[in-house]
Design a binder for this molecule. Structure first.
Ligand code: GTP
Ligand code: MG
Length: 340
């Protein structure tokens, strides 16, 4: 199951208490306060891990507490610090404080970290309160409490290429042919219910492509799967419009292309400034009236190139992969997350 929004509870570890203690040894002439400082509590930290691409695990494990700091000890011993608790999340996850709505930040690349609940400070021991006026302080501080809060986590997948198109256009079949991803494929609309990522390898290089479901007329207003997934388009660098190029559906290809672009435009007009191309799919099954010339014409009017492919025969797939790689390379000079 794909989950892109969850609420979790996080709490940093409490700080250890400071210690009250006095040195009393037989042969040491003057004892004195020697209570040590408590250790700081651990932090709760989100960490991006690239092999994960859903927040599903956090739905079942919704509470994260870091270890508390140990108390200070006699002989000026400082308490051990509490261990941090790391929460693995997919790259592209952002965090908000649920109560205040404050944005805490996001993790974009593998290994990125975001502190979400700071551990409490260790309290000072009585040794720290020694002064000329007070040679035998009996006071020490308790450890500070760890920060705690509810967080709202929000995932917008990071992919280099987003595959967009009407239901049944052949997006999932295409992804399954150019990557190892295995999205569900069938001859009915809304087969794919969640975005699926696949790693495309070509000429010893690679990029990530995402099959983004749910684009139909009105998607930007919530029709079909609607808004659920259009937001994942925000972080793709290159958009691919997959249009059924067989003519077998009886639909007008120019209208297919226009409709999907219209929904993207209404969601966020700036997305259409990204590099795009049009894939004419299912070219092994072209009907009597070939829709390709009409598709080329309407694409050209928008300044877009058309790459004809067949996921069945393999026609055009290598050319498509190479073309996408070069568009991704060009766009990597301006990272998607900066323009998003
Ligand atoms: N002949 C032929 N059929 C194809 C090709 N690509 C996809 N199809 C068929 O078209 C139908 C829809 O394919 P999908 O890949 O599930 O389409 P989709 O765009 O992912 O559809 P949704 O997930 O519903 O949005 C399936 O029956 C596929 O077998 C192709 O290159 N040639
Ligand atoms: Mg699909």
């Amino acid at each position: 199951m794909f989950v892109d929004q969850v609420k979790i509870f996080v709490k940093g570890g409490d700080g250890g208490n400071g210690c009250v203690s006095f040195r009393r040894e037989a042969h040491v002439p003057r004892g004195g306060p020697d209570g040590g400082v408590g250790g700081n509590g651990g932090d709760v930290v989100l960490v991006a891990v690239s092999h994960q691409n859903t927040l599903l695990a956090l739905r079942y494990h919704a509470e994260y507490r870091a270890e508390r700091g140990r108390h200070g000890g006699p002989g000026n011993r400082t308490g051990a610090v509490g261990e941090d608790t790391l929460v693995p999340v997919p790259p592209g996850t952002s965090a908000r404080d649920e109560a205040s709505g404050e944005a805490l930040g996001e993790v974009l690349r593998d290994g990125d970290r975001l502190l979400v609940a700071r551990g409490g400070r260790g309290g000072r021991g009585n040794r720290s309160f020694l002064s000329n006026r007070n040679r035998a302080p009996r006071e020490a501080e308790p450890g500070g409490p760890g920060e705690e809060r509810w967080l709202r986590l929000d995932l917008r997948l990071i992919a280099d290429v987003g595959l967009l198109g009407l239901p049944n256009a052949g997006k999932s079949t295409l992804l399954s042919r150019i990557s190892a991803a295995r999205p569900k494929i069938a001859d009915y609309p809304f087969t794919t219910l969640t975005p699926v990522l696949g790693l495309v390898e070509v000429d010893g290089r690679s990029f990530v492509a995402a099959d983004i479901p749910g684009i139909i007329e009105g998607a930007s207003e919530g029709a079909g799967l609607g808004l659920r997934f259009l937001r994942h388009v925000e972080r793709t660098r290159v958009l691919v419009h997959v249009v059924d190029g067989s003519g077998a559906s009886g639909r007008d290809v120019a209208e297919d292309l226009r409709l999907v672009r219209e929904e993207v435009l209404r969601w966020d007009a700036s997305l259409l400034e990204r590099p795009q191309l049009v894939v004419a799919s299912k070219r092994d099954a072209v009907s009597e009236e070939d829709p390709l010339p009409r598709l080329r014409e309407s694409a050209a009017a928008l300044g877009l190139e058309v790459v004809p492919v067949s996921a069945v025969s393999g026609e055009g797939l290598l050319a498509l992969e190479r073309r996408l790689l070069s568009l991704v390379d060009a766009s990597r000079e301006t990272p998607a997350e900066e323009t998003a």
